[in-house]
Design a protein around this ligand. Structure first.
Ligand SMILES: O=C[C@H](O)COP(=O)(O)O
Length: 261
């Protein structure tokens, strides 16, 4: 099954809403419509930027989509500081990142929380980008494949095949995030292939063949080509390089198969 590549720019806690508008305008200018037949491109700004990004994208009929970096497990109520899936859906978000390693580590989110957030996203018609990935100690012990498969299973436990068909998975080795240490294309393929194989068990062969699996960790315009050329890697979750319009547009164009903008 042909899977359309997805390039998702996770801005993390960077850029205010005015800077967000400027960045989206520059990306859109550098990435004419023809690319969007071959690649989906989304930006994932901080919550405070989303309304401005929505207004720009919808007003100018841009082909970029946008999403959020997190979602509450709850729908509404006394949960100070949280943002619900319903609120994000109302803002026109397509995607929501769930279980990013920075949330797992800095906010102690475990697989059960990630599962609950995945369910909350699906309930509101958002596409969760469910993140998994091993730390350096696991990689050095050679246990990365079994670790990621176990994390995947726990993060999707009990979901139906139909639910799983609506999810994007992101494999992000923690040791490669923001460090400049990109996993080799073969490393990315090894784990992404294992994820797809496990999805056959969790859902079905058809569903597994259709789910997009992204790689994330120090992706840039220089390395994205080799990474997305792997059989089971269907795009990238990009951090630092997504804050530079030219580089993000270039790496999106490369994922589309060219030509360079
Ligand atoms: O969500 C994005 C990842 O954490 C990768 O970040 P990075 O590209 O800055 O390494």
């Amino acid at each position: 099954m042909a899977r359309k590549p997805l390039i998702a720019g996770n801005w993390k806690m960077n850029l205010n809403h005015l800077e967000a508008i400027s960045l989206v305008q520059k990306i859109a200018f550098s990435l004419p419509a023809k690319y969007f037949d071959k690649v989906d491109v989304t930006v994932i700004p901080p919550f405070t930027d989303i309304r401005s990004v929505q207004t720009l994208i919808e007003g100018d009929k841009l082909l970029l989509t946008f999403g959020a970096q997190d979602v509450s497990t709850h729908d509404s109520g006394a949960y100070t500081g949280e943002i619900s899936g319903g609120m994000l859906a109302k803002l026109g978000c397509t995607f929501v990142v769930v279980g990013h390693s920075e949330r797992r580590t800095l906010h102690s989110e475990d697989d059960a929380t990630v599962l609950a957030k995945t369910k909350a996203a699906l309930k509101h018609g958002l596409t969760p980008i469910v993140c998994i990935g091993e730390g350096l100690n696991i990689r050095e012990a050679g246990e990365h494949v079994s670790y990621n498969v176990a994390q995947l299973r726990a993060s999707l436990e009990g979901l139906s095949a139909e639910d799983i068909s609506k999810i994007v998975i992101a494999y992000e080795p923690v040791w490669a995030i923001g460090t400049g240490k990109v996993a080799s294309a073969a490393d990315a393929q090894e784990v992404c292939a294992a994820i797809r194989e496990e999805l056959q068990t969790l859902a079905s062969a058809d569903v597994a063949a259709g789910v997009r699996i992204l790689y994330g960790g120090s992706v840039n315009a220089k390395n994205v080509g080799e990474i997305v050329a792997q059989n089971d890697v269907d795009g990238a979750l990009v951090g630092g390089a997504s804050l530079k319009a030219d580089e993000f547009a270039t790496l999106s164009a490369i994922a589309a198969g060219g030509p360079l903008p």
